[in-house]
Design a protein. Structure first.
Ligand code: HEM
Ligand SMILES: [Cu+2]
Lengths: 384, 520
């Protein structure tokens, strides 16, 4: 009970703080705040436009609300039977009825004008300086930088919060559930076009401070854009229910200076080149198992369990496949099992990681096959 | 109606075989209350899990089953059947008819409901669990990626759609053919008007829902690809079809509620409704507009800008007839001689909170702003203001208002008022903070959330427990009234009440208006 009373105390303190915030004009500064009350204008011109629109409509509603409820409460207070107030019998008045039809209509037109121009702004994806293809997967995001010279850069972005934090056996960090292993990096003051799609079910890519929300739909490529005006880290989440771990596929956008971006891109391209080199290499069992363990935890554990005990997916420990024919096992890893939650991971990880994780599954959780898969085997298998 | 003047049959067969509109109405009302409790229990599980950050009580997969079943059961099991029950009880009595036009079909349309929900609830115990794709069941999450129980879900939707269609045909037939002489259309009580229009909406859109689930069935079992991009299909098509049903559906839920408050507010203001005709026209206008705004639920799917603009303008327009309604209720109260018995309290609660929900609806209609609101808790707050504080509050008001007429006993007024205040406070504590977390960026349908949302979520959960508990008081009050309430034989239980239902004896006899009344 102790923590509840502590929580309640916190609520009371925050409530006081909230009132102060409201009176001082709402949470204007950017960054999702504790107990933030209002939409954030974010760090883009569209975000600001949307915020202004939102604020304007909110105030129109508040003013109408105060008038309407004012009349109502006046009536409730003064026109009561208990005060001996005698009912009058008036009804119907064409003038009044026309007025309360036409006036709201005019107010609506007043709202529609700025709404239309903001919408046109949001839809203007022309003249982007760079393109990023965003693909939603159950339950992670993939980012591919298109039109780059040199090595193509593509990576997955997974939730980084530990299961121990989620299941309350460890303290929760500051960015609980809003942290990823690899953020998407974009340069400041640059018009970035996002091409948004999905691999399995519908997801939605939402970063409140960039004022971008666009559904990621399999078979469609949606376009949207942003131009961040301040460097910083902006966090968001998948907004469309996409299955079990819908709440666990955050988005982190790191907006950096143009120079930092160029440097980052260079490192990424070097990394990609390095992976390419690794592909040709032959690894030892220990190397594969060590690498495979990490890959397993990132990709497989959500369904197959941390210790291969199974869950949404089948158990790996002692499974017929993981202790059976190696080619079949590799094939399931690469091509998935159609019609089930077991995806084709061949397109999601590089061949080194694939080789490692298959080897790991065959030699962990009490499985003891002693055989291994090398990157070149994966490469050959993919080629068919 | 061969041998009249007999009372009800005895025992179970009375209820199984009854064709009496009052018996069937009663069964609908009790059934919907049972569903309200079941859906409410699921909501309590949801709010208990969301009490604090972190996963405590349930797994994410089960959490999704809870949100899905909560939504489906509340919409299709609690709200809709409760208003059908009310229609059964009240429409014949309000238009001076002896019964519904199609009494046998009436029996049938009720009795297929319980099996449908039994099937839906039983999916919880099936392998792979219950449907976990939300009450809007977007494909392909609900097709290619659905648990096997989805087939039972589809069957259950078909059956309850059938029930709704039969119920609506019955209401249309009754209102068109069974009005007492002199009861012209423009003399009908507003509750009858709103239900007539609702029934037309139902007949129009339930088949569309049936079409959507049938296409799902084909995709799942017969190799078609209506909604599967991999086979050349279109997942967005699903949303268009669903919302073509879904938006009229939200008005199916709220129009009868409008009807109820339009009966109650004049009664307790002791003054006629301000603009009867304009209320009728506004209802019709809302019903018409409800067919051309569906894609406002889909602003973020990437429609062409012309489509966005069309749906935005059409949606904004709905605010006009909705405003007309609100202004009418308030001018009805204006310079009335008001008293505040429980039905009136719930109606005023409805008026205030529904209006707030209308305001957030207007905000949501602004497409560019909706890019920030969509699929956040702001939407959750919006639709609970219109559906709970709208439909459920008005239904609660209706029960208190007509219960004395139904059973000839008075409910406990103090307990009724207490129920109102606890509900009102509990409701607002639950849902008002959800506007804040939504605007601050909390997505809906997540089992766990970031730390900055913790306080408001805890507040929400506490409010939900309060609101939930207050319904037990309601149940108690209703049962206590039926069993041992203060007997009353006053025909006109409320001094300001108007309408034919108040001219029959109290409690209402098993058969009423076997000879049509004279309507001035
Ligand atoms: C002034 C009238 C109203 C307007 C302009 C309006 C507008 C909207 C809009 C634009 C959305 C989509 C929000 C989004 O998903 O981003 C929405 C959602 C919703 N509205 Fe309303 N609304 C109004 C009244 C009502 C009423 C009367 C009801 C039902 C009784 C209702 C029930 C709902 C529901 C259930 C949803 C969410 C559906 C879902 O995604 O699960 N609304 N409304
Ligand atoms: Cu709608």
């Amino acid at each position: 009970m102790g923590f509840i009373s502590e929580r309640l105390r916190a609520i009371v303190i925050h409530a006081a703080a909230l009132i102060v915030t409201v009176l001082s004009g709402g949470a204007l500064a950017s960054g999702s705040k504790v107990n933030q009350l209002d939409m954030s204008p974010g760090v883009t011109a569209t975000g600001q436009a949307i915020y202004d629109l939102h604020t304007a409509i909110l105030w129109i509603c508040i003013v109408i609300g105060v008038l309407v409820f004012g009349v109502m409460f006046y009536s409730i207070i003064y026109h009561r039977k208990s005060k001996g107030y005698k009912a009058s019998n008036f009804h119907e008045s064409t003038t009044v009825e026309i007025a309360w039809t036409v006036v709201p209509f005019l107010i609506l037109i007043g709202m529609a004008v700025p709404a239309t121009s903001t919408l046109i702004q949001v839809y203007d994806t022309d003249e982007a300086e760079m393109d990023i293809l965003i693909t939603g997967y159950q339950w992670k995001w993939k980012y591919e930088y298109l039109n780059e010279n040199g090595e193509n850069v593509a990576f997955f972005s997974n939730l980084r919060t530990a299961q121990d934090e989620i299941y309350n056996t460890e303290d929760k960090g500051e960015h609980y559930l809003l942290e990823v292993d690899q953020p998407v990096v974009i340069p400041v003051d640059t018009k970035v076009r996002f091409l948004v799609t999905a691999n399995d079910v519908i997801h939605s890519w939402w970063v409140p401070e960039l004022a971008v929300k666009r559904d990621a739909i399999p078979g469609f490529v949606n376009e949207t854009w942003t131009r961040a005006e301040e460097t910083g880290i902006y966090r968001g989440q998948c907004a469309e229910l996409c299955g079990k771990d819908h709440g666990f596929m955050p988005i982190v956008v790191n907006v950096v200076s143009k120079e930092d971006y160029a440097a980052w891109l260079e490192t990424k391209q070097a990394e990609a080149a390095e992976i390419k080199a690794l592909m040709a290499q032959t690894f030892t069992m220990d190397e594969l198992v060590a690498r495979g363990k990490n890959v397993y935890q990132g990709y497989c554990a959500a369904c197959h369990g941390m210790n291969g005990e199974g869950g949404l997916g089948r158990a790996i420990a002692g499974s017929a496949i993981a202790t059976g024919d190696l080619t079949k096992h590799l094939d399931i890893g690469v091509n998935g099992v159609p019609g089930t939650a077991m995806q084709a991971f061949g397109g999601q990880m590089n061949d080194v990681d694939m080789a490692a994780v298959i080897t790991y599954q065959r030699n962990a959780f009490g499985n003891n096959m002693g055989d291994m898969v090398q990157p070149i085997d994966v490469f050959n298998h993919k080629k068919g | 109606m061969g041998d009249h003047h007999h009372g009800p049959a005895q025992g179970l067969s009375r209820w199984l075989f009854t064709t009496n509109h009052k018996d069937i109405g009663t069964m609908y009302l009790w059934f919907s209350f049972a569903m309200f409790i079941l859906g409410g229990a699921f909501a309590m599980i949801i709010r208990a899990e969301l009490f604090q950050p972190g996963m405590q009580l349930v797994e994410p997969a089960f959490f999704n089953q809870m949100t899905t079943l909560h939504g489906l059961i509340m919409v299709f099991g609690a709200i809709m059947p409760s208003f059908v029950g009310l229609a059964n009880w009240m429409i014949p009595m309000m238009i001076g008819a002896p019964d519904m036009a199609l009494p046998r079909m009436n029996n049938w349309s009720f009795w297929i409901l319980p099996p449908a929900f039994l099937i839906l609830a039983s999916t919880l115990f099936m392998e792979g669990g219950a449907p976990a794709f939300g009450w809007t069941f977007y494909a392909p999450l609900s097709t290619t990626y659905a648990p096997p129980s989805v087939t039972y879900f589809i069957f259950s939707i078909h059956v309850l759609g059938l029930s709704s269609i039969m119920g609506s045909i019955n209401i249309i037939a009754t209102v068109m053919n069974m009005r007492a002489p002199g009861m012209t259309y423009m003399k009908m009580p507003l509750f009858v008007w709103t239900w007539l229009i609702t029934a037309f909406l139902l007949v129009a859109v339930m088949p569309v829902l049936a079409g959507a689930v049938t296409m799902m069935l084909m995709d799942i079992h017969f190799g078609t690809s209506f909604f599967s991009a991999a086979g050349g299909g279109d997942p967005v098509l699903f949303q268009h079809v669903f919302w073509f049903f879904g938006h009229p559906e939200v008005y199916i839920i709220i129009l009868p509620a409008f009807g109820v408050v339009s009966q109650i507010i004049p009664a307790f203001s002791r003054k006629p409704l301000f603009g009867y005709a304009s209320m009728v026209y506004a209802t019709a206008a809302i019903a018409f507009l409800s067919f051309i705004v569906w894609a406002h639920h889909m602003y973020t799917v990437g429609m062409p800008i012309a489509g966005e603009l069309f749906f935005m303008y059409a949606t904004m327009l709905i605010a006009v007839p909705t405003g007309v309604k609100v202004f009418n209720w308030i001018t009805t109260m204006w310079r009335g001689s008001m008293s505040f018995e429980t039905p009136m309290l719930f109606s005023i609660g409805f008026l205030v909170l529904f209006t707030i929900g209308g305001f957030t609806g207007l905000m949501l209609s602004i497409a560019p702003a909706d890019f920030q609101y969509h699929d956040s808790y702001f939407v959750v707050a919006h639709f609970h203001y219109v559906m709970v504080a709208g439909a459920v509050f008005s239904m609660t008001a209706a029960v208190y208002y007509w219960l004395p007429k139904w059973c000839g006993r008075m409910y406990n007024e103090t307990m009724g008022k207490t129920h109102f205040w606890i509900s009102f406070i509990g409701f607002n504590v639950t849902f008002f903070p959800q506007h804040f977390v939504g605007l601050a960026g909390m997505p809906r349908r997540i089992p766990d959330y970031a730390l900055q949302f913790a306080d408001f979520n805890m507040m929400s959960s506490i409010g939900a427990f309060i609101y939930g508990a207050s319904q037990i008081m309601f149940l108690y009050n209703v049962i206590a009234t039926i069993v041992a309430g203060k007997p009353t034989s006053d025909e006109k239980v409320w001094d300001g009440a108007e309408g034919l239902e108040w001219t029959v004896a109290t409690p209402a006899p098993y058969h009423t208006f076997e000879t049509p009344p004279a309507v001035r």
